[in-house]
Design a protein around this ligand. Structure first.
Ligand code: MCN
Length: 817
């Protein structure tokens, strides 16, 4: 009998290849091709007055130099707005090469193609661009001030304004016995995958076709965009994602200018062309996320139950909005987490600034939302003198209230309706894991030893497995090899393993015989991409459905041959036999694959085996029946009516140095519920990676823009990504509340670890220090400064030890740093 693979900690099948240096990343391809380099704007806001390329042609090996003037057809038109929204009243996008204005440092102005990258860079360095600088908008405060405009025709720098309301907020707020207002800030960070973006284009002049390799999270998206921009039939464009060294969201954006320019240049020159992004380019020419200013007013009763929640926030969308307003919409809807808010009103303004554009980064708006909500929960607990976990628990949506409809519109334009979850059970697990009830004693002991420790908590709900669809194709070769294809791409999540686990079980074959291809439009032309923690839900269910199609066909053919009913057959390790008679007649799937295809090869061992069933073929019938197709293969698509909602709760114990304010995470505990787990080891790895990124966002990473829009820390020398030494040991426990929405009961897991970390660390630091933390990330020097401010204010008459209420403002929370 086959060993069940689903739910097992199967070792990642891709690792031996990747860990032994046999990965094939974008820059491993196209040796000997021409290479591109870009001249990028050194100014955050300027008019391009003149471009002088004469000197650059002096460099031996230069093949082409392009400015916007040289572009033709739709390549010269603005880049698309991928996800329009009615509230996005002023969408603005750039061009592949700046036309006459640049809006952030790093925007591409000139493209150079040369024999190799060195020569292309040398030539680029000789190009002189004359700019007329313009006033610059950096930061949300300056953007909402509206005195300086990023785009002349966008009043107040507002790209979008959206308000959603459920219930009578005014009345509920007025009636609430308690009210608090919090002003919060969260800063910019970025995905920073190990491998930056990259494109390699092969133009086939004879066939007039294009093979494009891109380090992307969506090959079908890139293919469609490039075909449209280059005016080519879709059938003449193929897009393949080779191994991708991380994406974390930034590579779902498409088309990046380079994804259009590189193939366009390849076609122009009739040569292969490649471009790989360097780290500085990734800092200044890809995408960032996170930056928001938030104002939360909450009304609650004596027990800490929410009666009214009024949230306003200002979101920095950078210079352009090609990806629409998905990120602030997610913040607005997902900040509610596991709680019932009472009457709820949320309103945001998405603002242009002269900085790198903003697209989703792992968590995609949720870390900010979770931060707002969890800071609010802590503030309520402090105001009422209640236990912080207890306040959360009193506001939970209960399991018997599922499915729970918040009455809001989610990011996919569908209702924000939670499908399942058991928040009280998760909290109980988390409290047990971290030792919540013993912490007071632990703190007393620590304090007696002169140490400052604090315990923080954060809860979140995450809409995962967002539609519209994903497909699966399963093909059994006559050798017995099972080829599985799905269109979404993979960046390190282990899809080759988990999709093989699912197909092995559904089809009844050995996992060793299953080979998975992702992100190759030659194998699966209809697909969406990898984002929104949707891979397991969408492609997992799609390949399961496709495997069922193949199984049904295999059983039908075998049943004919064995003259039994398909219902009496089973498939184990690729062998079809009659149930209850293990030693009876049987057929290998490989033999069935031969029988499924009238074109038989005599040299094929399975073909010879199939001759014993030759009697099943009727010479009077056509080789392929009207209602049949040759081959043992099948395809199906999974398309859900709505997202499925995963959830989790984290707690951390931190220690702060009483003198230097150095911050150490002593323990980090995670309880996580992503429905049924396909591979618990991979889920755990995903959670660990997510927490590591969250720790970076909470304590280290920020984009240090100066007032003129220069990114001062655009290198790994200055931008602090946590090393293994900064990432705490992570203790994990799981709850599996199956999703009722999909056949496998799966919810997503890929972003979960990241979402609450900033909120949890803020909560723990506040608990350790005894004063409000309102701006994250926070460094030891900032914590030290807050300590001094708090000590100074504590000596005055209006001292405050917790987050402020409307009637009790706290000086430490007066605006962001
Ligand atoms: N999984 C599982 N059981 C579940 C849910 C998930 O075994 N119930 C497994 C999946 O099968 C998959 C992994 O966990 O191997 C993540 O699955 P899922 O939550 O479906 O997320 P995606 O596959 O859609 O991956 C995208 C998600 C996102 S949105 C970001 S951002 C992210 C992330 O995954 N970027 C990553 N994890 C990353 N991991 C790596 N190494 N690199 C990135 O760029």
């Amino acid at each position: 009998m086959s060993t069940r693979q689903f739910g097992e900690k199967v070792q990642r099948r891709e690792d031996p290849r990747l860990l032994t240096g046999n990965g094939r990343y974008l820059d491993d391809l196209g040796r000997g091709s021409l290479e591109a380099a870009f001249v990028r704007s050194p100014h955050a806001h300027a008019r391009v007055v003149d471009v002088d390329i004469d000197d650059a042609w002096e460099v031996d090996g230069v093949e082409a130099i392009y400015t916007w003037e040289d572009l033709d057809g739709r390549v010269a038109e603005p880049l698309p707005v991928l996800i329009p929204h009615p509230a996005l009243t002023h969408p603005r996008v750039g061009y592949c090469l700046a036309k006459d204005e640049v809006n952030h440092v790093g925007e591409a102005v000139v493209m150079v193609v040369a024999r190799n990258r060195y020569l292309a860079e040398d030539a680029a360095a000789r190009i002189r661009v004359r700019y007329e600088t313009l006033p610059v908008v950096v930061g949300i405060e300056k953007a909402r001030d509206g005195g300086v405009l990023v785009h002349d025709d966008v009043p107040d720098n507002v790209s979008a304004h959206l308000l959603q309301e459920v219930g009578d907020l005014e009345a509920a707020m007025a009636a609430a016995p308690h009210r608090l207002t919090l002003e919060l800030e969260i800063e910019r960070s970025a995905c920073m995958p190990m491998e930056g973006k990259g494109v390699y284009a092969r133009w086939d002049a004879d066939d007039q076709s294009l093979r494009l390799y891109s380090s992307t999270q969506t090959t079908t998206g890139v293919r469609a965009a490039v075909a449209a921009k280059l005016g080519m039939p879709l059938a003449k464009v193929e897009c393949v994602a080779p191994d991708v060294g991380g994406g974390f969201g930034v590579k779902i954006m498409h088309p990046w200018p380079e994804e259009v320019l590189v193939p366009w240049a390849a076609r122009n020159l009739g040569r292969d062309v490649k471009w790989t992004e360097d780290r500085r380019e990734h800092f200044t020419s890809s995408a960032h996320e996170r930056s928001q200013l938030q104002e939360v007013t909450v009304g609650f009763d004596d027990d800490g139950r929410l009666l009214a929640l009024d949230v306003r926030f200002w979101h920095d969308n950078g210079a352009y909005t090609p990806y629409g307003i998905i990120v602030p919409i997610i913040t607005a809807t997902q900040l509610l987490g596991p709680y019932k808010p009472g009457a709820y009103r949320v309103e945001f303004w998405s603002l242009y600034t002269n900085t790198v554009l903003v697209t989703p980064y792992r968590g995609a708006g949720r870390p900010q939302g979770c931060y707002a909500m969890e800071r609010t929960m802590d503030a309520i607990a402090a105001e009422l003198g209640l236990d912080r976990a207890e306040v959360r628990s009193r506001n939970f949506i209960q399991p018997d209230e599922m499915p729970y409809d918040h009455g809001l519109m989610f990011q996919d334009g569908r209702p924000l309706r939670y499908d399942s979850g058991d928040f009280p059970a998760s909290l109980a697990k988390l409290k047990a894991l971290v030792g919540w009830d013993d912490f007071a004693a632990y703190r007393r002991d620590a304090e007696a030893a002169g140490r400052k420790v604090g315990l923080g908590i954060g809860c979140y709900v995450e809409g995962t497995g967002v539609g519209p669809y994903e497909g699966g194709h399963v093909h059994v070769e006559t050798s017995g090899r099972v080829n599985v294809a799905t269109g979404l791409t993979t960046q390190g999540q282990g899809h080759q393993t988990i999709l093989a686990q699912i197909v092995a079980d559904e089809l009844g074959v050995r996992i060793e015989d299953v080979h998975v291809t992702t992100g190759d439009t030659r194998r699966m032309a209809y697909a969406v991409g990898t984002f929104a923690s949707r891979g397991a839900v969408m492609s997992g269910n799609a390949v399961a459905l496709a495997a069922k199609v193949v199984r049904t066909k295999a059983l039908r053919i075998a049943a004919d041959a064995l003259e039994v009913s398909p219902d009496d057959l089973r498939i184990d390790d690729g062998v079809i036999s009659v149930k209850g008679t293990p030693d009876g007649p049987h057929i290998d799937l490989s033999t069935v694959a031969v029988m499924s295809n009238p074109l038989r090869y005599a040299f094929d061992a399975s073909a010879q085996a199939a001759t014993q069933f030759a009697g099943t073929f009727d010479p009077d019938k056509p080789p392929v029946a009207d209602d049949d197709e040759p081959g043992l293969e099948g395809q199906d698509f999974y398309s859900p009516t709505q997202a499925t909602f995963a959830n989790g709760m984290h707690a951390a114990i931190v220690e702060t140095d009483p003198v230097t304010a150095e911050i150490r995470i002593l323990r980090y505990c995670v309880v996580h519920d992503c429905g049924v787990m396909v591979n618990p080891m991979i889920v755990e790895g995903q959670v660990h990676g997510g927490v590591a990124q969250g720790v970076g966002g909470a304590l280290y990473e920020r984009m240090a823009y100066d007032e003129s829009g220069q990114l001062l820390n655009a290198s790994f020398m200055d931008f602090l990504i946590p090393y293994a030494s900064e990432v705490p040991h992570i203790e994990t426990d799981h709850l599996e509340t199956p999703s009722p929405l999909n056949p496998l009961g799966i919810k997503g897991a890929g972003e979960a670890g990241t979402i609450p970390v900033t909120a949890v660390i803020a909560s723990a630091l506040e608990d350790a220090e005894g004063f409000p933390i309102r701006s994250m990330p926070i460094s030891p020097s900032e914590l030290w400064t807050l300590r001094r401010q708090h000590a100074a204010s504590a000596t005055g008459p209006s001292s405050a030890t917790g987050p402020s209420s409307t009637s009790d403002p706290d000086p430490a929370q007066e605006g962001p740093r």
